[in-house]
Ligand binder design. Structure first.
Ligand code: HEC
Ligand code: HEC
Length: 306
């Protein structure tokens, strides 16, 4: 398969590359005074600067020319063995992708014994092991911190993993499932069924669920809308449902914010949130280490969260 949009570029590159080498050799040939048995002496061009700086026309030294021809031969050899001339692959079959793969494989073999210890250990035991915790932390910083924060406390739309409040469940098996297979949080948009002022009332009711300041009159109005549209996922009591990833709305832990405006936006526009699957990116061993590390987070920081 060509890496180029058209076959032309492959020839274009090959011709420029070979042409460059041919040009060098031609240039050396035009300066072939050194071919003679005795290299002629430097000629005085007759130009003089500052009274005593004379310009000489010195022939190219023989050693330099031989050296340069050697470089051209080496270049041709490399282009014969390795990719360099457009689509031509080289006789060694080298690719940088294969090199990376080989290096990864070598690294995997090197760290294999590190993980072997933990393979038979239950997640709870791994979470209590100090060196496993260090491995987990490093894996987290390299692979997860860009979204969940280096302290794992998350940010808007990225859940806090330290607070024992789980969208998808905090048991080891559930966390492992989240990491390996990813999650797709989907709150449908209601703008077709719910008017903005009704959404505002529902938002007031949602705020009242976790004891936030709310307008009692609008809470009563909003409650009805909530019963009609929201209980299917968030439950009659608003405590959520981990099977569909619907958050608990009574706990003062907010993915998108607790203001009326933020809640109205969630109701009218919906929310879509993706935790990318790590299977195939990380090894099974690494996913186990991360599961233990994440599971241990909430326990170490104390039950109950913020
Ligand atoms: C590209 C951003 C991104 C990266 C990288 C990422 N996550 Fe997530 N993660 C998310 C989002 C977004 C969610 C919330 C999904 C939802 O709303 O249902 C999430 C959810 C989770 C959850 C579920 C939390 C809950 O309350 O149930 C866990 C556990 C988790 N991530 C762990 C990890 C680990 C471990 C890594 C590193 C391997 C990682 N994440 C990497 C974005 C990311
Ligand atoms: C089909 C199931 C479903 C229905 C019905 C539903 N939601 Fe949701 N809701 C979700 C899911 C799933 C999320 C989490 C989205 C994510 O992970 O980003 C969510 C998120 C939210 C949030 C954000 C919570 C936070 O922590 O910031 C609010 C608020 C909310 N829903 C309110 C409502 C209200 C009010 C209704 C009724 C009008 C409703 N939902 C109906 C599934 C649903």
């Amino acid at each position: 398969m060509s890496h180029f949009v058209s076959g032309f570029w492959s020839y274009f590159i090959a011709i420029i590359t070979l042409g460059g080498i041919a040009f060098c050799l031609w240039l050396l040939f035009t300066q072939r005074a050194w071919l003679g048995r005795t290299v002629p002496q430097a000629q005085d061009t007759g130009h003089v600067w500052d009274g005593d700086l004379t310009e000489l026309n010195t022939p190219v030294p023989r050693w330099w020319t031989v050296f340069y021809i050697g470089l051209c031969v080496i270049a041709l050899g490399i282009l014969f063995l390795y990719p360099g001339l457009g689509d031509y692959r080289g006789t060694l079959g080298y690719t940088s992708a294969q090199q990376v793969k080989d290096q990864q494989e070598a690294l995997r073999r090197q760290i294999e014994p590190l993980y072997a210890r933990y393979r038979e250990m239950p997640i709870e035991a791994i979470a209590g092991d100090e060196s496993a915790r260090q491995i987990g932390q490093r894996l987290f910083l390299n692979n997860c911190a860009q979204c969940h924060g280096s302290d794992a406390r998350g940010a808007a739309s990225f859940p806090n993993l330290t607070d024992n409040d789980w969208l998808h469940g905090g048991e080891p098996a559930q966390i492992m499932q989240t990491i390996a297979k990813g999650r797709h949080g989907m709150m449908p948009a209601w703008s077709a069924a719910i008017k903005p002022d009704e959404a505002g009332n529902i938002a007031q009711y949602v705020r009242s669920l976790s004891g936030l300041a709310s307008d009692p009159l609008r809470v009563v109005l909003g409650k009805e809308g909530f019963q009609n549209f929201c209980v299917a996922c968030h439950g009659v009591d608003g405590k959520g449902n981990q099977a569909v990833g619907a958050p608990n709305l009574t706990d003062r832990v907010w993915l998108y914010g607790s203001s009326e405006a933020a809640i109205v936006e969630t109701i009218l526009k919906g929310r879509e949130n993706i935790m990318p699957a790590q299977e195939g990116v990380l090894t099974e061993d690494q996913i186990r280490m991360l599961t233990a590390w994440v599971w241990g987070l909430g326990r170490r920081d104390g039950e109950g969260g913020r």
